[in-house]
Design a binder for this molecule. Sequence first.
Ligand code: NI
Length: 138
Amino acid sequence: MSSLTRFGISMDSRLLERFDAYIGEHGYANRSEAVRDLVRDRLVQKSWEEDDAETVGTITLIYDHHQRELTEKLTAQQHDSHHAILSAMHVHLDHHNCLEVLAVRGRASEIRHISDRLLSIKGVKHGKLVMTATGEGL
Ligand code: NI
């Protein structure tokens, strides 16, 4: 953060009441931090709408490793995208199910494409791309 600038916000009192309830539920110490997080979240969303923006995210996958050829397909896809996959964590949840979390970095359009390709493989039970940011400019 460079320097702090104070500014005032005018808001409908009922909207402010709802906002205060929201920040109370989410454990914010004050309105300023809550407003900062909302702004950051919107800026992160915007960066994901710009296909060429450099972004960071995580792809979470749940699958049954006994499913025929699934592990091989997932591994092959990840090797195809090795330049964008920074790290992979594998957890054996039980006898059948595996959890995989991949940290990814690259252009927004490319990361989305990698995620779509992995999540659409038959046998992947659930998955999600969490879109975050490099932290630059936030
Ligand atoms: Ni496993």
